[in-house]
Design a binder for this molecule. Sequence first.
Ligand SMILES: [Cu+2]
Length: 159
Amino acid sequence: MHIHKFEKIWLIFGVATLLVFLSVVGVSAFYLGNQPPSCLATINPEKVDTTAPFDQPGLKKVEGKEWDYELVFVASAFRYNPGEVEVPIGAKVKVLATTKDVVHGFSVAGTNINMMLEPGYISEFTTTFDKTGEFLILCNEYCGAGHHMMTSKIKVVEK
Ligand SMILES: [Cu+2]
């Protein structure tokens, strides 16, 4: 079979591009460990208030884990619990969040924290807050009439 020279070049280019993209996704998923935030842990959305750790939202010091604190958020129309929280600077924090009703967003302005909260799933993000200041948490998934009022705040403070 004869393939025209330009067709061959174009074919090679196409296959090479595909391989580059697949290896980027592969390295990101299997070597860097990037995963969708809510693919592993599930929760009964009707029993969020009585299921640990969501029965006690807020910041908790933990021992013997790779992170120093767990920051637990429960989202519901149209608020986050807690409505404001203080986090010590430099601490490694694992954010755990879920929703009691519909899909909500969990985006922390000025950081790379941006999760979708889906009913029945626990979204997780581990990070270190290394700048003091106030960081606004916003819902960026339209959830209903009060969507624009749905906020919380993380205050990063000196130890
Ligand atoms: Cu919303």
